[in-house]
Design a protein around this ligand. Structure first.
Ligand SMILES: *Cc1c(COP(=O)(O)O)cnc(C)c1O
Length: 425
């Protein structure tokens, strides 16, 4: 029976049996006991499914991963300790020294650094392309050793909206998967797999948790990418893994299971960035109301964006729900119910105006965070990007007077009143 995303937010991933807990149990145990060595051996050989050590898998984390996979419409999912770990695993599961990635240039700063600095040190190259590039520009970024294409549905913090179909078409024409970080819209507002994405990642730290309570990440596989059809490109999935009893993941687990099984059995085994069962429990509490919260975040984001766009002290507002925004048309296609609650805007008075405006805010707190229940804001020029000069900031598309505001779940009239008093001279 196919279910609405609203129902999946509440119930997917865990179905208790007779007399079992209604809420997902927190299995706070590092290890699991077996009667015989033969039983345990089958688990190690991936011949039977079951648990033996929580660095690899834990039931609480698996319930929540299954829920996120159901929300995205994928075939398998896993949790990671953070969004950073999710994006690293998604890429490193199919890239190695000598590989190349094509990535949208408009992505989260941490991911930009991961790909352009840390993965570069591992011998993995990248070509960044504008999310607004033409098909020709996109196609010309590929090389023989390209193994993945990466982008964000709504980029943090630039708020660009990705043409997922354009990126999927180019990736598939070159025989590689498209990986989409879907953190900002969440599957409630966009499901990239429906538009051709092969792998979806999340920083669950943001809207999925939604209460600023637990750092975490997730990876979902669409089960659609045919690794065996591109055998030479993905030897890690299509040839025997000597470090895992000679298993060939794509043969043994098929298109539906190979990617997540390899990421778990190999990357999680060796790198160990697990989410704790306790964090997964908090994450699940957030997911239970995600479909109720996202429309409110969008409503507040839209109202704040409209108020700011009409204010004389404001030079520019970036929000894809505003008619006239560069991404308004594309957002109508990919985000028909709205995107998220994050708005960015530039004050006419530049850096000093941004600082004095933020000092006067009462409801909206200054934080290096986005996407939780409480409204917060940040001036990149005086915080995350403070090493840059005003000229460098301008060139990077982050003017000194830019404020990023994440609209929470408060009443929009109160948020607007707070902004209005803070914008008064
Ligand atoms: C925050 C964020 C990340 C990193 O996630 P963490 O949970 O902080 O590690 C990755 N991608 C996007 C789009 C983000 O907003």
């Amino acid at each position: 029976m196919s279910q609405s995303i609203n129902t999946k937010c509440v119930q997917a991933g865990y179905t208790p049996g007779n007399g079992e807990p209604r809420q997902i149990p927190i299995i706070q145990s590092t290890t699991f006991k077996y009667d015989t060595s033969e039983d345990m051996g089958k688990l190690f050989d991936l011949e039977a499914s079951g648990y033996f050590y929580s660095r690899l898998q834990n039931p609480t984390c698996d319930y929540v991963a299954a829920k996120i996979a159901a929300l995205e419409g994928g075939t398998a999912g896993m949790l990671t300790s953070s969004g950073q770990a999710a994006n690293f695993f998604a890429l490193f599961n199919i890239c190695e020294a000598g590989s190349h990635i094509v990535s949208s240039s408009s992505i989260y700063g941490g991911t930009f650094n991961l790909i352009s600095v840390t993965m570069k040190k591992m011998g993995i190259d990248v070509t960044f392309v504008s999310p607004d590039c033409t098909e020709e520009e996109l196609n010309s970024a590929f090389r023989d050793n390209t193994r993945a294409v990466f982008g964000e549905t709504i980029a943090n913090p630039a708020l660009t909206v990705l043409d997922i179909e354009k990126f999927a078409k180019a990736a598939h024409a070159h025989g590689v998967p498209l990986i989409i970080d879907n953190t900002f819209p969440t599957p409630v507002n966009c499901r990239p797999i429906e538009w051709g994405a092969d792998i979806v990642t999340h920083s669950t730290t943001k809207y999925m948790d939604g209460h600023g309570a637990a750092v975490g990440g997730a990876i979902v596989d669409s089960g659609k990418f045919d690794w065996m059809a591109h055998k030479d490109k993905f030897p890690g999935l299509t040839t025997p893994d000597d470090s895992y009893h000679g298993i060939t993941y794509a043969e043994k687990f098929g298109k539906e299971g190979a990617f997540i099984t390899k990421a778990t059995a190999q990357l999680m085994r060796d790198l160990g960035t697990v989410q704790s069962p306790q964090s997964a429990f908090y994450l699940n509490l957030g997911l239970e109301s995600l479909h109720v919260r996202m429309p409110r975040h969008v409503e507040n984001g839209q109202a704040v964006a409209e108020f700011l766009a009409a204010h004389p002290a404001v030079a520019k507002v970036n929000y894809s729900g505003l008619p006239g925004d560069k991404y308004y048309e594309i957002a109508k296609k990919y985000l028909p119910n709205g995107g998220c609650g994050v708005v960015s805007f530039e004050l006419k008075g530049g850096r000093n105006a941004a600082m004095s405006f933020m000092k006067k805010l009462k409801l909206c707190a200054i934080e290096t965070h986005v996407a939780d229940a409480r409204t917060c804001c940040l001036n990149p020029a005086t915080s995350t990007h403070r090493q840059m000069t005003d000229e460098q900031l301008e060139a990077a598309g982050i003017p000194a007077g830019l404020v990023r505001m994440s609209c929470g779940l408060e009443d929009k009239a109160d948020l607007i009143a707070d902004l209005a008093q803070a914008l008064e001279d």
